[in-house]
Design a protein. Structure first.
Length: 292
């Protein structure tokens, strides 16, 4: 907005410009849009997942029996293998649907993020070596400990999803750099790959359902990550440019020691909390902002 700047004689000598920073408003609008889509997909998944899985199980069982016939021709056996493979892929999609829509329970406790990271990265490195992917993992930890209030198993799921996306992006090899740093009162964990990067449009929608950029992906992995981070009242976002790799960033509240529990933490946080796509706490909706 511009306002004329006048002196005492009534002469205008310039303009005063007022700028409003709408960054936070745009982020909140995007979060609300993501929440609406997450809730809609959750309802859809719960309604159809079981109905699809029942006939799928019958198909897979029948194909397995047919595969045992001794005098099948090669082309017939190949067709049965295709049916089996596609049935397994559909079953994987349904499993993700159910994981996404089902009410989740969280067991919050004071946990050190570094052992969780190390467990995930050690498993990943063994797989990368066995598959000869040409991908190297680098660690950059600036602290010997990083305590936060979290469900350790769920946070491992977040770490694993980030690692899986990085590995898929680096099809011809590369480097996955995992760093831990302190930002204000938060721990920030970065997963940076040297893959081809993503367009700005994809980055904006990466945590929405069905936005997978990988062949055969369900597009629900990062949507589930978003749910988990929201339940922890954390923040998650991605940074990327085409040709420059991608970085997935996770922020969680810091605890000073293993036994320190924030005084302003709701009492229910120390219990097992059910979370669903439709029943997020208001604190999670506000605190779990995704940044771009």
């Amino acid at each position: 907005m511009a306002t004329p700047l006048a002196v005492s004689e009534g002469k205008t000598i310039g303009n005063v410009y007022t700028f409003d920073d709408l960054t936070e408003i745009r982020r909140l609008e995007r979060d609300l849009r993501i929440q609406d889509r997450l809730a809609a997909v959750g309802r859809l998944a719960a309604a159809i997942a079981h109905e699809i899985r029942n006939p799928l199980t019958s198909i897979a069982g029948s194909v397995s029996m047919l595969s045992g016939i001794a005098d099948l021709r090669d082309e017939q056996r190949q067709l049965l293998q295709i049916v089996t493979r596609e049935s397994e892929r559909l079953n994987g999609i349904i499993t993700d649907f159910l994981a996404y829509s089902r009410g989740k329970q969280y067991r919050f406790a004071s946990v050190d993020l570094l052992p969780l990271l190390e467990d995930t990265l050690t498993l990943l490195e063994h797989r990368l070596v066995a598959q000869n992917t040409g991908i190297r993992v680098e660690r950059r930890y600036n602290f010997p400990q990083a305590f936060t209030l979290a469900d350790g198993d769920k946070i491992k799921q977040v770490f694993w999803n980030f690692c899986e996306n990085a590995v898929r992006a680096m099809r011809t090899g590369g480097v996955l750099t995992v760093s831990l740093e302190q930002t204000g009162d938060d721990w920030q964990i970065n997963f940076a790959d040297t893959g081809p990067g993503m367009s700005r449009q994809l980055v904006e929608k990466i945590f929405e359902p069905f936005q997978s950029q990988f062949e055969g992906g369900t597009g629900l992995g990062l949507a589930i990550v978003y749910q988990i981070v929201q339940a922890h009242e954390g923040k998650v976002w991605a940074r990327s440019r085409l040709g420059e790799g991608s970085v997935f960033v996770l922020r969680l509240r810091q605890l000073a020691t293993a036994d320190a529990i924030p005084a302003n933490l709701p009492a229910s946080k120390s219990q097992v909390l059910p979370k669903t796509a439709e029943g997020m706490t208001m604190a999670a909706e506000i605190g779990g902002r995704a940044h771009g």
